[in-house]
Design a protein around this ligand. Structure first.
Ligand code: ADP
Ligand code: MG
Length: 240
């Protein structure tokens, strides 16, 4: 579904991605781990062209992202992204956050968008929060709304960049449960995370990035029990 070939990204003289190649299958759940500054966020952001790659190619469903003829807006609609800081619209209720883009971009009627909104709120356990403003929610609740808002656009792919890093410990679980549930529905997902237990249990594949390179790509059991590279072994020693 996603095909990445020799992806590079530089900022001025700084080479942040040094030639990443990989393929993500439909329904695959990838956990991306690695030290701070290794290029994890940049990699995710290149996948939906929040950053323009410097070199290489990315194809999604066979469509070349960097081809000038490609309709980037349509591709982006197909890819949901959830950030560390939730980026909800603060002046809108939870329901309005959920219905805004589906009505504006997908042309859903208000009734259709709200029906879908309620269904998604139920799915993330927040049906009773439809009419409150984001400022009244806990961090965990905000992040669950942010996930529901992404899902309201019916994406084929979901990208998560450290979705639980800004949360108090007691709220991490409720957000991971929602992501785990989504994984079980067959959604294609790439998740940058520091939650090693979650990565081990929920991912099909672990990507270990270091210094802008995809150093290891492995099944969780193998990666965590027997990392192949010295760098991954050292990283795991520090975080486990
Ligand atoms: P990670 O998410 O793994 O912590 P990032 O992808 O955020 O790593 O960053 C990788 C490197 O690229 C870091 O050295 C960071 O400072 C640099 N970087 C990221 N974004 C920019 C930018 N917009 N301009 C310049 N340097 C950047
Ligand atoms: Mg990052």
């Amino acid at each position: 579904m996603i095909n990445v070939e020799d992806l590079t990204k530089t900022y001025g003289k700084l080479e942040v991605l040094k030639g990443i190649s990989t393929t993500v299958e439909q329904g695959e759940v990838v956990a991306i781990i690695g030290p701070s500054g290794s290029g994890k966020s940049t990699f995710l952001r290149c996948l939906n062209l929040l950053e323009m790659p410097t070199g290489g190619r990315i194809a999604i469903d066979g469509v070349e992202l960097t081809d000038p003829k490609t309709d980037i807006t349509r591709i982006r609609q197909n890819i949901g992204m959830v950030f560390q800081h939730f980026h909800l619209f603060p002046h809108m209720t939870v329901m309005d956050n959920l219905t805004f883009a589906p009505m504006r971009v997908k042309g859903l009627s208000k009734e259709e968008a709200r029906a879908k909104g309620y269904m998604l709120l139920e799915r993330v356990g927040l049906k009773d929060k439809a009419d409150v403003f984001p400022s009244k929610l806990s961090g965990g609740q905000k992040q669950r709304v942010a996930i529901a808002r992404s899902l309201a656009m019916d994406p084929e792919i979901m990208l998560f960049d450290e979705p639980t890093s800004a949360l108090d410990p007691e709220m991490v679980k409720e957000v991971l449960a929602v992501i785990r549930d989504l994984a079980s529905t067959g959604m294609t997902m790439l998740i940058v995370t520091h939650e090693m237990k979650f990565a081990r249990e929920a991912a099909d594949t672990i990507y270990f990035l270091d210094g802008g390179r995809l150093i290891e790509k492995a099944e969780p059991e193998r990666f965590f029990s027997k990392p192949q590279s010295e760098r991954a072994a050292r990283f795991l020693e520090q975080v486990l």
